[in-house]
Design a protein around this ligand. Structure first.
Ligand code: ADP
Length: 219
């Protein structure tokens, strides 16, 4: 595998980025780097960073570019990210995309997948989503784990994320259209963008992404 297989998975909230990144991370042995997960872990651990961003995350707004850019710079210093990473939730603004290019170099990003789903489907998936606070496993509200509140994989608490309620969902999808959708043209202009239909089964989405990676000779 070529060194530095840095892939960006773009898409609306609820597009299935986290699910796909977990699978791809195992398949290609590169870490899944989710800025949302990093921020939520800081909130759970009640660190100074966590305390400073908790209310922003609950509201569904974005935290500052400077803060997440610093988090990503630190993450890329770690040894497991030297052969590449799957970026989920970063970059989310043009300023972040430019900072990433500065950090990794112009050819540092190998591919940007846009996991495309209609807004109505994204909204529906987010309102039905439940997550394990310990291991991050994702359930839907009708799953036994969601009803009992206990994760079958690790025994952790299964909850509804504070930002998976109607107002924050609306905020997040608006922020996506305003701040993140412009990244599609940014990566398209660099020949890096491939759109994958996110409105199919998780397995079919994985196959579609893997075939793009293979056709492009990236792995
Ligand atoms: P989602 O994409 O479903 O909203 P994430 O887990 O990616 O969930 O992000 C959760 C929250 O973390 C965002 O709503 C935002 O407040 C913050 N966040 C995550 N990544 C970024 C980023 N790159 N820039 C700014 N804020 C971010």
């Amino acid at each position: 595998m070529p060194k530095r297989l840095n892939l960006i998975i773009l898409g609306k909230q609820g597009a299935g980025k986290g699910t796909q990144c977990k699978r791809l991370s195992e398949r290609y042995a590169i870490p899944h780097v989710s800025t949302g997960d990093i921020l939520r872990a800081a909130i759970q651990a009640d660190t100074a960073l966590g305390r400073s961003v908790a209310s922003v995350l609950d509201s569904g707004a974005l935290v500052s570019d400077d803060l997440v850019i610093k988090l990503i710079e630190d993450r890329f210093q770690q040894s497991d990210a030297q052969d590449g990473a799957l970026l989920d939730g970063f970059p989310r603004t043009i300023a972040q995309a430019e900072a990433l290019e500065d950090l990794l170099g112009e050819d540092g990003i190998k591919l940007c997948i846009d996991l495309d789903v209609p807004t109505e489907l994204a909204t529906q998936r987010l309102s039905m989503r439940r997550v394990c606070q310990e291991c991050g496993s994702i359930y839907v509200e009708t799953d036994v784990e969601a009803i009992s509140g206990t994760c079958s994989k690790c025994g952790g608490d299964v909850i509804q994320r504070a930002d998976d309620y109607p107002d924050p969902i609306r905020q997040r999808l608006e922020a996506y259209e305003r701040d993140t959708a412009p990244l599609l043209a940014f990566y398209e202009s660099r020949g890096l963008l491939v759109v994958v239909n996110g409105n199919q089964s998780p397995d079919d989405v994985t196959v579609a992404i893997q075939s793009v990676i293979s056709i492009r000779g990236l792995a």
